[in-house]
Design a protein around this ligand. Sequence first.
Ligand code: ADP
Length: 491
Amino acid sequence: MSKEYIIAIDQGTTSSRVVVVNKEGDVLFKEGMPIGIEETKDGQILQDAQEIVDSVKVLIDRVFKRHQIDPKEVKAIGITNQRETTIIWNKHTGKVYYKVISWQSKHTIDITNKWIKDGLEDIVLAKTGLKINPYFSASKIKYILETQHLNVDDLMFGTVDTFLLWHLTNKEVFKTDVTNASRTMLFNIHEEKWDDELLKFFGIPKSILPEVVASDDYFGDFEYQGVKIPITAMIGDQQSSLFGHQCFKNGDLKVTYGTGCFLLLNTGDEPITSKNGLLTTPAWKFNGKTTYALEGSVFMGGAIVQWLRDDLKILNNASDSERLALKSNTDDIYVVPAFVGLGTPYWDSDVRATIMGMNRKTNQFDIIKAALNSIAYQIEDVLGVLKKDTNHEINSISCDGGASRNNYLQQFQADISQLRVIQTKETEVTALGAAYMAGLKIGFWKSLTEIERNKKIKQLFYPRISEEKRNKLYQNWQKAVAATISFKPVK
Ligand code: ADP
């Protein structure tokens, strides 16, 4: 029997991964390596461009060699990547100017504050679906242009997808897809093109930007040992995980429980503008059609568990949190994890974390449980806003990410949201999304229905508490948040 595969590259913030997927949608092999990230004294968060490209090339090579894959057996490659992260390089020499500015870096806040002061917020939201924020690429591009004094005729700008593509196609192809373009704050999501008016406001030359195409375009070939393998998908990581979860229909929702949490709701053909601080974003452009999503995020997700482990030191490792939380027999303690402020729907960056409701018997297990509960409560906060913005009935949550493996947490999520939670067998859902899209483009899979047959579920969680009990718990959470927000110490 001939062996046929799709390869997906998942270039993330803390690691690069390359996976091999077969027709049944199984990730047969995966290789990964960590990626360095540097924080400067003045709070810039930077990465090394060469390290990013090298890691991907080494991992591709490793996948072929370690698993004895013949390059001819690989029918297509899909790329998914950390979004917003900004790279500017010389189009002749490939030299990267400054460094890779990570999406996490907020040091360009003076630039975005000026844009807010100039009154650009409404126009940016209307055109791009985004709130002005240093998180998106625009102010990072501006920062490099302003500080490095470069000749713009020599420059190329790309997010990580574009930069990898350029290198994997022997410096020939300079493209991005709609999902990645939409995170730059320069892309008009309604007209699907770079927005001339915004570029003018920001003072960013259009000539440095890549061509924007569909997520399932033919992006060129990667040549390995004389075999040309087509690259037929590029898609930002959160959107790719939505696709990997097979959230193909209007109303389908996924939550990634990583360091922070990301919720994406498929809203079908229409971009819905949020009144409550959610972002509107293309989910993908696939088969000639653009599908949209609303996106919400929670700053402190799995990171709370890291805090329990590394700072409070009441855990040895993250996965112990499940077993230890089950030793607690109270739901009356509330951790409000506002370590870096609170995002959706509170948007308060000055508020700081609290623990509430303790009595003389409160122990470490109660704190661990309350910390896990706080992840679920924050997701429920965002779900409330999603429902308000869309009038959508949400019927389930598909979950992935490190903390999605915590069965206590997922049961509590089902309870507090009164929704079914779907835990898939495959953990590499983000990579799977890019693999599916690349494979669909070349007919490796014939239809979405064929892919749906591949779905493998590990566990389903159903609500086990009454609505009355849920309402009481959630009301108390809201009270705890309100009390936390009202505490603003004198400075
Ligand atoms: P990222 O992609 O953001 O680096 P991952 O999806 O790898 O994140 O998830 C890592 C996060 O999940 C960490 O913050 C860790 O504390 C948390 N985590 C991992 N396993 C568990 C678990 N079993 N229970 C709760 N949290 C967990």
